[in-house]
Ligand binder design. Structure first.
Ligand SMILES: NC(=O)c1ccc[n+]([C@@H]2O[C@H](COP(=O)([O-])OP(=O)(O)OC[C@H]3O[C@@H](n4cnc5c(N)ncnc54)[C@H](OP(=O)(O)O)[C@@H]3O)[C@@H](O)[C@H]2O)c1
Length: 415
């Protein structure tokens, strides 16, 4: 998604993305091919089903019979008997979450588009390769009926849904379509197949919501919490991570090539505790069974101290053995650009996403990805929990050695 891309490449922002597929196009393709390839080996077909008249209220358009959540908790079962649906399974974090859950012995049902990845670069075969060990279900999370039908066709109950969905652009409509609606569809479809726990990958920045994708995420978070309040057999874990490595690595190769490290203000306007894909995936996987993560909102950062852009730049120059060379850009430039875009969007509504991308850039240039004290408005590195072992310094070393492959931000354009 678009968040934090300004960190990585100062003048690069995401463009509106490619169109999603329609439900009718995908619905009939569900699993036929994948059953052959994966033989659907892990899903526990002996799982008891209980049908009842209870309906999950929010939006189910079609009046399908729903499954009552089992009276016993899935947490008492052996991981091999726990069926977990992962939506957003083909994303930067989703891929690692799928791997981690498989490594922990769960039955993973990974929902994917027929063309997945940035700009739909992966075909079905490539997606199946990427998600090896999971039961891949090609479906459409943007269409609740299709998704429900496809999950129903599996013939198994679901215990847990993990959502790593995110708009790949951060554009206004796409954010609402994915970060809110599609995520909600996966809750509805999962609940109707018996899911009693939902793990949501959200973002720490929703604490201070100024952007559309943050508002969309918050709206879904609130509905998730309400669902658990109304049904005590249902629970959630909302994971709000700080910055990902991919969002901070965009300048590594430029600096290696002799360019200055670009930052806003004095380079101390914001800070974060970056977390790697693997560490975050491990934390998300913990949320499936850990009792202390039930019905919790969980901000989480990586190991070590919080780092400002200035400190990140210093690490980079030290690793390169070069004299630090910084380009400090006044934050007022961003404000001016946003002002112009806001004015233009009143005349040309089609520029709404361009204006939003400007705001996203401004946000991540100045706001820390740390716990925010709502009373003082101050961010606190000390209060931001740490998890995992991968450091930004090791990540920079790897990028210097191997490049940014696998760390691409998404669809981009020049701002
Ligand atoms: N970047 C950061 O530093 C940062 C920091 C904290 C939190 N976060 C949060 O972490 C979350 C995940 O980020 P990420 O980088 O892993 O996301 P990502 O790589 O952009 O992956 C997004 C996932 O959502 C799916 N998706 C997007 N649009 C779709 C559509 N129209 N139909 C079906 N599936 C669609 C993608 O499927 P395809 O592969 O088919 O496109 C992909 O699986 C986001 O909520 C973000 O806000 C990010």
């Amino acid at each position: 998604m678009a968040s934090l891309c300004f960190f990585s490449n100062v003048f690069t922002l995401h463009s509106p993305k490619c169109q999603s597929f329609t439900g009718s196009r995908l619905s009939s393709h569900f699993l036929n091919h994948q059953i052959k390839v994966n033989s659907f080996p892990h899903v526990n077909l002996s799982q008891p089903f209980k049908f009842s008249c209870k309906r999950f209220n929010p939006i189910t358009a079609s009046a399908t019979t729903t499954i009552e959540t089992s009276s016993y908790s899935f947490r008492n079962k052996n991981p091999k008997d726990i069926n977990i649906v992962v939506v957003g399974s083909t994303g930067y974090i989703g891929k690692f979450v799928v791997k981690e859950l498989i490594n922990r012995g769960f039955n993973v049902i990974a929902i994917s588009r027929e063309r997945s990845g940035i700009r739909g670069k992966n075909d079905k075969e490539e997606t199946l390769n990427q998600l090896q060990g999971a039961n891949v279900c090609f479906s459409d999370v943007t269409n609740v009926e299709t998704l429900q039908k496809n999950l129903e066709n599996l013939g198994v109950s679901i215990d847990v849904v993990v959502s790593c969905l995110a708009s790949r652009s951060g554009g206004v409509k796409d954010s609402w379509k994915i970060d809110y609606e599609a995520t909600r569809n996966s809750l509805v479809a999962g609940r109707n197949r018996g899911a009693s726990h939902f793990v949501l990958l959200s973002a720490i920045c929703v604490q201070k919501p100024l952007l559309e994708f943050q508002r969309a995420k918050l709206k879904f978070e609130a509905e998730l919490v309400k669902e658990a309040e109304e049904d005590n057999r249902f629970s959630y874990s909302i994971v709000r991570p700080t910055a990902f490595f991919k969002s901070l690595g965009g300048q590594v190769e430029l600096v290696k090539d002799g360019k200055p490290y670009v930052m806003f203000g004095d380079g101390r306007l914001c800070a974060c505790k970056p977390i790697s894909e693997q560490d975050l995936a491990s934390f998300i996987a913990d949320c499936v069974l850990s009792e202390d993560k039930i019905n919790q909102i969980l901000p989480i950062g990586g190991p070590g101290k919080a780092l400002t852009p200035l400190e990140q730049g210093e690490i980079l120059f030290r690793l390169l053995g070069k004299e630090p060379k910084f380009l400090k850009v006044p934050i007022g430039i961003m404000d001016f650009a946003i002002g112009v875009l806001d004015f233009l969007v009143k005349i040309f509504p089609a520029m709404e996403d361009a204006a939003e991308f400007g705001k996203i850039g401004r946000y991540y240039a100045a706001e820390s990805m740390l716990i925010l004290d709502p009373e003082t408005g101050e961010y606190s590195a000390e209060k931001t929990p740490s998890y995992g072992k991968d450091t930004l310094e090791e990540f920079f070393k790897r990028v210097l050695r191997e490049g940014m492959a696998g760390q691409e931000l998404g669809e981009q354009t020049i701002f």
